[in-house]
Design a protein around this ligand. Sequence first.
Ligand code: AHR
Length: 659
Amino acid sequence: MNYKINFAILISTLCGITASAQIKDAIMVDVARSESKVSPTMWGIFFEDINMGADGGLYAEMVKNRSFEFLKPLMGWNIKGKKVKEGDVLVLNRQEANVANPRYLRVNVKAALKGDVGLSNAGFKGGMGVKKGLRYDFSVRCRQQGANVTLHIELLDEKDQLLGGGILKPSGTSGQWGKQEISFTANEGSGNAKLNIWMEGTGVLDLDMISLFPGDTWKGRKAGMRADMVQLLADMKPGFIRFPGGCIVEGIDLANRYQWKKTVGPIEERQLIMNRWNTEFAHRPAPDYFQTFGLGFFEYFQLAEDIGAEPLPILNCGMACQFNTAEVVPLDQLDPYVEDALDLIEFANGDISSKWGKLRTEMGHPAPFNLKYLGVGNENWGPQYVERAKVFQAAIKAKYPNINLIFSSGTDPDSERFRYLDASLREMKADVIDEHYYRAPEWFLKNAERYDQYDRNGPKVFAGEYAAHVDGKIIGSNRNIWEAAIAEAAFMTGLERNAAVVNMASYAPLFANTEGWQWAPDLIWMDNLKIYGTPNYLVQKLFSTNKGTHTVSALINNKVISGADHLYVSSVIDRVKKELIVKMVNTDGSVKTKEIAFEGVKLAGSGSLTVIKGELSDRNTIDKPFFILPKEEKLKIKGKGTTILLPANSVVMLKIAYH
Ligand code: AHR
């Protein structure tokens, strides 16, 4: 496909347009009618550990089942060696001594040679991604019982060729657990590597928390996050980051709900649970999907801070997922759940004199995280939700009146269930209502005016999860096509136009591993080494990095531009950068030529035009990550207007400096 656009041909200048002229069928952008503030949180990101978003994804740990706590303790591991006999390798359980991490591996080592007894781990999906020349940090918690065992650590490619490794001689007192570490450099790379640990010597060796991290984590933090994944998030300049979900907040049942307190403190004390997406879809079984919480609430807050986003945690409201068990905690036993919410605010904002502020300080962040938003419940519904939401609201507002509380309006935006929740939450005077819509592209096009009539004085709206799904039922990995992205862009012009009421919006889900996804489409796809942003990502980034500070009226023949003649337009002004920004979406299969006239502003004359376009079925892939790509060209504008050519099926942004 030819992406080259000759902007010189596309654009000509309308010198003759006067300030008050109303040009029939032209896009009239009137800065004098600058309407409402665009919230700095307007465009954000939704993070959930689905599709291997955290474990096997953002959390850069390369070893699957490092602590032998998966349902099957040796899942992910192979026992290797010529000399291994029945009973030499046992899974031990110290339940009473260590509730969070009870299991460990005991190896009775009688190995004269490397190759006699060992373990192997092939990572999360399709092997481990290893990069040539990169440092790798191996660590293990171990205990020797009068033993003298040497560990040979090796990274091998799919043909068993050595990529790198080292020798670790555990030190420390006999009979005591201790962390042992070794770093080495990979001399070659592979997308499908495995880790071997050979034991040499004699004696009883206990092993736990066997871990391998790449040296190139985000900000070089030890045991940190995959830098390429964080970078794509940072590039979006998101206004907020919602975490940890999504349905995993609710859990399959209450016992398996997300409990933030179990995700903070030393990682070996964080109790893993089965990921809710492990068993959810029969067509995409994921029996090895667990949440280790190496990426826990401290790390989420830190990530938010790193990328300049407001942290937006969502907490369980005393209800398990209503698509699963639908368990609810009795109202008279809701206190621990409410307590969790109050304690979380203290963890984020409290000082060192408070219990949870102290923990945050000990974890390395004495300054508060400055939490302002908190969600209560994910996709919960019914009177049982409203009853519980009210209890949370009363308790949190009494102690922290300035925290903005977000409540869920369920799973869908049109039903009786939605109307009941929306009315109830408005009656409660909720600060923000969280709406979700996974719908066909046509729904997004029809609903671009959804918020035009919303009450400006009522609760704000958080479009907390949305994505255009090009087919109704089947979930397929090839659905991040331009048709979906362009429909979302059209809809987003409606969100932007209604920034007076819509304060936050996030596409969902965020990440998907090409080898280990459960749900598609998703915003960003990655394998063990590579990553790409979908066309949907490009649209999100375009809006987010050009959000402006105030909306500006953009009309054709005095009407909002929301679907007539397949055109969708919104406009904002950035009063800090002194830029006027017009976003135009042409969902028509043919080119349009549009005049644009600007009123109420003195243009500086320089600007840029960004175009994203494609065939409706186009998409990016791991091998062609930039198949669809925005093209930007500088332009000069003389006078008060210009003519823009909008290619077929395109998203076009005009940005002009003003005095
Ligand atoms: O984004 C995937 C899932 O969709 C979320 O976990 C849930 O909130 C919604 O149903």
